[in-house]
Structures are given as structure tokens and as C-alpha cells.
Design a protein around this ligand. Sequence first.
Ligand code: ADP
Ligand code: MG
Length: 719
Amino acid sequence: MNPNTPIEQAFRTIEPQKKALHKLGIKTVEDLLYHFPVRYGNTSEVKNIGTLAVGEDAVVYGTITGLKMSKAFVKKIPMAEATVTDETGRVKIVWFNQPYLAKMIREGATVRIEGKVSDRKGDIYFSNPKIEIAGKVPLAVGKNLFGDQGEEHALYPVYPESRGLTSNWIYHNIERIFKSGMLETLVDPIPQEILDKYHLPGMSDALIYIHAPKRESDALAARKRFAFQEIFFIQLRKQQEKSQWKAEKSFDITADKKSVDGFIKNFPFKATDAQQKSIETILINFRSGHPMSRLLEGDVGSGKTAVAAATTFAVVTSRPTGQNFGNLQVAYMAPTEILAKQQFENFIEFFRGTGIAVGLITGSGCKKFPSKSDKNGWTSVSKAQLSKWVANGEIPIVVGTHALISKSVIFKHLAFVIIDEQHRFGTAQRQKLTQKNQVHMPHLLSMTATPIPRTLSLTLYGDLDLSILDQMPVGRKPIITKIVLPKDRVATYTEIEKGLQEGRQLYIICPRINEADPTKEMAVIAKSVTEEAKRLQTEVFPRWKVGILHSKMTTSEKEKNMLDFTNHKTDILVATSVVEVGVNVPNATMILIEGAERFGLSQLHQLRGRVIRSNHQAYCYVFTESTGAKTVARLKALSVAKNGFELAEFDLSQRGAGELYGGKQWGISDLAMDALQNLKMVEAAREEAKQIIAEDFQLKKYPLLKSELEKTAGSIHFE
Ligand code: ADP
Ligand code: MG
């Protein structure tokens, strides 16, 4: 047996186990070793059957008898029944829908049962409890491994739940791996100095500690090590990508400071210091001759577009050093058509009078500013025509959706790529755009309003330099946020009515609905939007016009409804939480969020950011059905937090990164997501990775690290 031995070859497996292993992605012996317990049970928690009380969660050990399969009386679903007996009593067990149980458990076996104690007509029983064949676990766990005889061992591993695969099976086979002597052959990829520096256990020790800890502290040390390892590998990869990117050539753009300053002076507002500083940093990056890769983070409404416009201006009005061809070009990519169109219009405002042309490419059509007949307006053009102008360099600025990266769009001298709401794009899409230019890589600016905790952004975006717009434009009044419990619903509608009478507009966000099937989820949400709009129109706001927006609508329907709202043909827009990030309707100063408890705090913060677009007092009404103290406290944080980052940190400390940001979508394990609570660890992993890559970019001195990185390449993704 070696780490690469296929699991089914190493151990005897029956069909349900094979399925479960497959589902968990466990293919090899090594995969099994890296399948970590989610927690540890303690044998001292075990109850005597004779003392069980109805309603409690309990663990019991006993002998199983009377196992039989039948069909449940009413619904005819398969049902298994048995009795478990210990010295103090007996308890009945029933399972529904788990026919494979009968195959795995033999009459007379010692089992561990964990579940809630219920009662029926005075008899207590467990319904659908977890069952495992106990064998000699838990009392003997780890004993042989450590060679300790006398010491009582109270911890036993509990693995992530999976149908068909018991913790006991996993542990039993891991124990066999340990006994095979394989651990001694493993070489730790993390350099010893680093382990020593941070007091982390070596790999074989850590593997034993995590599966068979003698004490809680061993398990913790092991978890710390593996979390460090994962983050360290991510950082190594990010740092490597970063140095690769920085080694590329890009256009050396030395912008004329005076004309850029003039452009900024022409803004209809005074740029904030934060905007000025970001612009200056970007202009410095442009001069380096190597491609920039920068993330611009700023709360909704902090004015990222202006930064994009000023730096775009700098690029399209510059001639790169040593080149004498025409315009450099800029691509601005937005995640939805609505946003692309809105940014196209914003850019027109910024560039009007400069004589600089702007194009728009979306799936449903293309536009060009200025039009031939009206130098203040745009005109619709065919995609073929626009592509031609982009290809010959005639149009320097192109705004668009992902249609921008279709094969038919070729730039002549693409020098700068801006990605708005970048978290909504995959790396693959980003790479496609940046690879369009072969000789010179374009400078890259990603913009995001998603406030994520520092640890998470250091991990996910370790390859990017960071600029933060931590300042709101002057004159903005903070949003007044009110938590609305069910009893205050009517009074709140009355208050909103007043706002509508004053001529303001209102967004209503329907709750998030979790559906396993994403296509179905969209349909369910669309339905709830439509129904809620109908209810509001007839029962609550009959005097006002209600529009809707959800992702099941066609693009032209969406555009029309959005336009109607922008032009105040409708007063209320009922929408989902996902479609229109960044939408800008200054007169909409009220937002009502239904089912607020289903959103993360930073998400709520982002939603309410939609009404911070003008100098009217803005209101956010946070409706919640849940009156639990914890929910209310969490929502209260929303009304006091100064900015999105503060909220993100708060959320992180309350709920943990895994629950909040779902590590799975990025390919980060729950273990490492948990470690994101720990800024020191993330910074340490980053520093170590930085140093190694700075000294030895190709990891020549670290062949093990190199092969680890190659093995896991592509497993981290940043959608
Ligand atoms: P976001 O960062 O969310 O993309 P936008 O760029 O859309 O924000 O800007 C939000 C609004 O604030 C826009 O109407 C914009 O014109 C305005 N704005 C941007 N910067 C300033 C500023 N320095 N002073 C006043 N208003 C500003
Ligand atoms: Mg924006």
C-alpha cells in the first residue's frame, strides 16, 4: 500500500461505500488520509440506555438485535427496525429509507447510536439515528498508535456525514494505513524551518493527531497545521502567478499629468482623497513597463467608476514610450447587460467633449458614441461594424459584458482591462480577456464592492495589489437603517408611503430562496417577485406604479423595466437580490429588504448601498420574520457599522467564513475557511510564501512544494 493505491484496491468495499467514497472524491489511500474528522466525540458523553430521557440528544452503545426490514405503514417507504440493548436497558430504533443499513449491520453486533430520543405511546425510540459498528472503538482509539497502554482514551473521530460510509469504517481503515508503516515513508512538503518557527507538527504526527488525538490540543495542533498548509499552498501559487504576471511586458504608459488632472477637474464633483490616491497609484503602475494587477475595493457608492474613467482617459490619450502607432485601447467588462449599459452611459458623461469614442458590446446589441449625426448621443451599430472599429483601433474604449471576450472581438492595442464587480467573473474569463493581447499584456484593474474580511481577500486575491476607497463622497448622509419586526410591517408601509408622496422611489428586495437546483431556484424566486409585486400593487401601494426585475425575464424586458424605473415611470421596483448589483438610480432613496435573516450582513450592506446614490436622506427597512435575539443583534450591527469591511469582520467573527462565504465555491476546505478567522496565520503563510517565491521563483530548491503545487493546480478557483 502506498499513498497512490486506489482505495478500492487497498480495502474491501461494498457498493454503498464505493458510491459514498466516489461522492466524497476519495480515490486513493492518500485521499482517505486527508479526509479529516469534523469533530471528536467523547466517550464520557455516552449514556446508559436505562437513563435516556425523551427529547435529549444522546449517544449509546449496545448490542443490536431483531433487525428487520419492512415497508412503512403509511407511505410504503422502506423501513428498518431493531433493538439496541446494554446492561441498563433496551431501546427501539427505526430508520426510514436506508435499506443499505441491513447489509452493513449484523445481528449481535456492537453499535454506536447517536440521535434524538423520541417517544411514541410511552415507548422511547431513536428515529433515523446515526449508527456505526462500534467494534473496539472508541475506547481503544489511538492506543496502539502511541504505544501507550495504561492511559484511557476518550476521544474518537467523527467524520463528515455521508450516506453509506460510517465514521467507523473510515477510522478502521485509517488505522490500517497507520499500521502499514506508510506514514514513515511520507516526506513533509513544508520546510522544517517553517514548521519550527510556527510550532506546527510534522506531517505524519499531524495525520495521527487529527485522526486519533489523545487530547483535544493534539487535534487542534493538527488542524492548525493542515489549515496553514492549505493557505500556504494557495499563497505560494498566488505569489507565483503574481511574479509570472509581473515578469510579462506591458505598454509603458506615461500619462500627461496635467491633462489627467484637467479631466478630473471636469468631474461634476470633487474627487475624494481616496479616489485621487488610487488614480495616482495606478498611473505609477502604468509606467513600470510590466502589467499592473490591482484590486480596487470600495463600498457601493464610493465612486469606483470615476477612478476607472480617469485611468482610462490616461491610457487612451497616451502614446507608449517607443511606439508610434495610434490609440491604446481600454476594455471595461461588467457582469450584466444592465450594468454594462449603465456604465456605457456613465462613460459617455465622463468623455463627452473629449472627442474620444466609446463602444458598447453586449449579447443583445452594440452601440457607439458619438453617433455621426449627433455628437452628444449614441447610435446602434451592428456587432460586425463595431468589431471592425475595435480591430482597427478606431474605437479606444469598449464597454461590454462577457460578449467582450468572444472570439470575434479583437483589439488592436489593448492596454488596459477593467473588470467591474470582479468576483462575479471566473478566472478563466479574466484570463481570456487578458490573453487577447499577445506581445503586451494589458494592465488589469479589478473592482469590487463586496466587502470581504481581510484574511479572505489576502487568500483569494493574494496575487493582486490592493487599493481601497475607504471614503464616501462628501455630503452623503448615512443611511437610516430600521429593523422591522412583523408587528411593525403596516406602520412601516405607511412611513414609506410618505416618502413616495415626496417623490422618492423604492426598491423592494425579495428574500433569498435556497433551492438545491439552481435553475429551479431562479424560477421560484421569479415567482415570488411576481407575486409580491401583485400583492403590493393591489393591497399595499395601489396609488403607485410597481415594476419587477428578476433573472427569468428576457433582456429587453429587464431593460425596459429598469429604464421605466430610472425614468420614474414606475415608483417601486420589486427585485431579486442578485440581478442588478451596482444599479444607479439616484431618486430611489428607500429600500425594503424582505427575509433579511437569510442574507449575510455584508450582502445586506451591499443591497442598501443602492440607495446611497444621492444627497437625499436614504432609508433601509430591514424586514425580518425571525425575532430571535441573535438575529436581531446581528441585524442591529447593520445600523451602527461604519462600512462594509467592518460588517464583514463582524459577520466573520459571528458565523465563520465557511458558512458565510461557502468555501466550496472557491475550492477551499472548511478547515482552511475556519482558519480565516486567524489573521496572524494567514499573514504568516503569506509572508513565508512571498519569501520563498522571491528567492526561488521556480521552487528549484523545494521540489516537494513544486510537485504539491502541480498536483493541486486548478483546484482553487475564484468565481
Ligand atoms: P461605485 O463605487 O458603487 O461603483 P459609482 O462610481 O457608481 O460608485 O458612484 C456612485 C455615485 O457617486 C455616482 O452617481 C457618482 O457620480 C457619484 N460620485 C462618485 N465620486 C464622487 C465624489 N467624489 N463626490 C460626489 N459624488 C461622487
Ligand atoms: Mg460600480
